[in-house]
Design a protein around this ligand. Structure first.
Ligand code: NAG
Ligand code: NAG
Ligand code: NAG
Length: 628
């Protein structure tokens, strides 16, 4: 009998062993995190996380905490009941606003935060130390299926799924706070810290005895600020300005344009403020839809393979309550009436292009871009950047009734580079010297966002339609609408999309600064050739250029035919043109690691520019180019 049982046991173990690999390979939901629950409010919703400033290696000052969660210092200050200039003490509780969404593929609710991997980072270190256990690594692996956790490349963007949950429809709460239960905590102290009761904690999280140290629990927040933060603000250290080494504005020189608007005082109602924060945060989704030729080239789709896009389909329809009439951080908040007056009620005579209108306010000209409210995501990026070669955002306006949002930019007189290159008369005015300057301006602008912002900003949509020329034909990069957020949806196979998009992004959805370098290389090729990034047959310019370089060695006459007629007519130094083509070809290499950084590009091009100064007047000839 005993022999029979042991036989049975052995059989069972064998079965188990055989089955195990199958059960492991199935994508079961990760063990942690909160399940989406059918009786919750429709996702997404506004939620919060309690973060403690400066614990271990996690950030201390408001700017760095904001950077970690991809929100502004102002938002962190607002939801943490602190003044914007305050410096939190170590361990001070901060309330981080999140947009909580349900992923139907995992049946878990998360707020995805993008994080760029630095040296020494692992999923475990970042989730347990930087994000203080607000998420755990199995879930991180789960939402980043294409990344190998043991082989993370520095600079790669990773989604960290911060745990969160939406309240039940009937609950009278402002939101649920994701709270990491510390060994010294108990339900009654947490309840009194958030102005709630232990009963609600038990019903949300089960009995206190079942909660393990450093696991996450949900705490309802019936009022703002919760008692915890009322006390905390009293303890906050004096209003010394945030240390400048951590602000993203250190490198560039501030120019005192009269349009620069600095205002700090904010008089938002608390509720209105929270709604605005939610609004600004919730824009994972937005896509740029004006000013460009994407429609013309069928470029609308893009690539939908990446983890972050799983959450992009459920655009929230939130009612906007904010009636904002004061200054918000660095930006002027415009009134809708003001913008209507400025643009003759958005009359077609004021239309510049797409949904961008020219508006005159107090004698100063602005460009006003009209978009759906969730498009305001661009604000988040733009408030981190300030450079002469980037189009400057001056302010914004939210029209809650229409659900629209307006971004107000400096007006850049001479329109897009694209329109200059396509019009033969204009292209002639854009001399080689001017083109070289444009190339340098763009290189400086990109170098700035790649090297001097943290986390690094990747523009993701560099192309000639997003390059604007000012009165002196100096270039400025516009449209940060796609920056750091994903493209969406399905059209992977449209050839036209490949015009500016780096191969590794197409195949793996990799977002790094090197994808901007690639697109920049294409812009250089356009500057030299005057051609579009994709021709009528759908062949990418960079592919054509590669071919041209090959045929050049076989003495093809095509090289000269390939150059822009408008600059061929003018005399210009051959060396300078050739070095720009060389830089362009280096930028469009298929292997991203072989592409130069924008620092190197800017250096090389400035040499080409110097070459121009020494230029004595040799004109370009076919023999010269073919010989090289
Ligand atoms: C996160 O949890 C681990 C235990 O799982 C703990 O050792 C660590 O200190 C926690 N991190 C923070 C920042 O509290
Ligand atoms: C790690 O990643 C790099 C680049 O992504 C790749 O070349 C290398 O083969 C990978 N190594 C392992 C052990 O997977
Ligand atoms: C800086 C700030 O917003 N402080 C507020 C914190 O909360 C208390 C109580 O509601 C307010 O009186 C403070 O003004």
């Amino acid at each position: 009998m005993a022999a029979f049982y042991s036989f049975l046991l052995a059989l069972l173990s064998l079965l188990l062993l055989l089955l195990l690999p199958f059960s492991l390979s199935q994508s079961n939901p990760p063990p942690e995190g909160f399940n989406c629950s059918s009786n919750r409010t429709i996702y997404p919703c506004s939620s919060y996380a309690l973060f403690r400033a400066g614990l271990g290696i996690s950030p201390l000052d408001l700017v760095s905490v904001g950077d970690l969660f991809d929100i502004s210092r102002l938002m962190v200050a607002r939801t943490s009941n602190l003044s914007i200039s305050s410096v939190p003490r170590e361990g001070q509780p901060l309330l981080i606003p999140l947009t909580c969404d349900c992923s139907s593929s995992y049946n878990h609710s998360y707020s995805l935060v993008q994080y760029q991997i630095n040296a020494g980072d692992t999923f475990i270190i970042v989730s347990s130390e930087k994000f203080q256990n607000l998420t755990v690594y199995p879930d991180v692996e789960f939402v980043n299926p294409t990344l190998v956790p043991t082989n993370l490349t520095i600079g790669v963007m990773v989604n960290f799924p911060i745990f969160c949950q939406c309240p039940n429809p009937g609950d009278k709460v402002l939101g649920l706070v994701t709270y990491v239960f510390r060994p010294s905590d108990n339900y009654s102290s947490i309840a009194s810290n958030f102005g709630t009761d232990t009963k609600s904690l038990i019903s949300l999280n089960g009995p206190e005895s079942s909660v393990e140290a450093f696991s996450t629990i949900l705490v309802p927040m019936p009022q703002f600020p919760p008692p915890l933060l009322k006390n905390a603000s009293a303890l906050a250290t004096s209003p010394a300005p945030a240390p400048s080494s951590t602000t993203p504005f250190v490198v560039e020189k501030k120019n005192d344009r009269k349009g620069v608007i600095i205002g700090l005082s904010v008089a938002l109602g608390v509720l209105g403020g929270l709604w605005l924060l939610m609004l600004l945060l919730a824009g994972w989704y937005w896509r740029w839809s004006s000013l460009d030729g994407r429609k013309r080239r069928g470029e609308g789709g893009g690539i939908g393979k990446r983890g972050e896009n799983r959450f992009e389909n459920s655009a929230p329809e939130m009612k906007l309550m904010a009636d904002i009439s004061e200054w918000l951080d660095k930006y002027k908040v415009f009134q809708i009436q003001e913008l209507r007056r400025a643009t003759s009620d958005f009359d077609s005579s004021s239309l510049i292009q797409g949904t961008v209108y020219k508006g005159v306010i107090d004698g100063e000209v602005f460009a006003v871009k009209k978009m759906k409210w969730n498009a305001c995501d661009e604000l988040k990026i733009l408030q981190k950047v300030n450079h002469t070669n980037l189009v400057k955002l001056e302010g914004f306006c939210i029209d809650p009734e229409a659900g629209t949002c307006y971004l107000v930019y400096e007006y850049v007189e001479n329109g897009s580079l694209d329109s200059w290159l396509r019009d033969p008369a204009a292209a002639r005015k854009l001399t080689w010297r001017a083109r070289l300057r444009v190339a340098l301006d763009l290189a400086y602008g990109l170098q700035y966002i790649h090297e001097h912002t943290w986390p690094r900003v990747v523009h993701k949509d560099i192309k000639t339609t997003n390059v604007l020329l000012d009165a002196k034909l100096r270039a400025k990069i516009a449209n940060f609408g796609l920056a750091k957020t994903g493209l969406n949806a399905v059209t992977t196979h449209i050839i036209g999309t490949q015009g500016y998009i780096a191969p590794e992004y197409l195949s793996d959805g990799l977002v790094t600064t090197k994808m901007d370098v690639f697109a920049y290389g294409v812009v250089l090729l356009e500057l030299v050739s005057g051609k579009e990034a994709v021709n009528e047959e759908g062949v990418a310019l960079w592919a054509e250029a590669e071919e041209m370089q090959l045929s050049a060695s076989r003495k093809g006459v095509r090289v000269i035919g390939w150059m822009d007629q408008a600059i061929r007519e003018q005399s210009c130094p051959v060396d300078s043109v050739v070095s720009v083509v060389n830089v362009a070809m280096a930028c469009v290499q298929k292997d991203p690691s072989k592409r130069p950084s924008m620092v190197e590009v800017a250096y090389t091009l400035s040499k080409a520019d110097e070459m121009f100064s020494d230029y004595s007047g040799d004109s370009l000839s076919s023999a010269d180019i073919v010989a090289r």
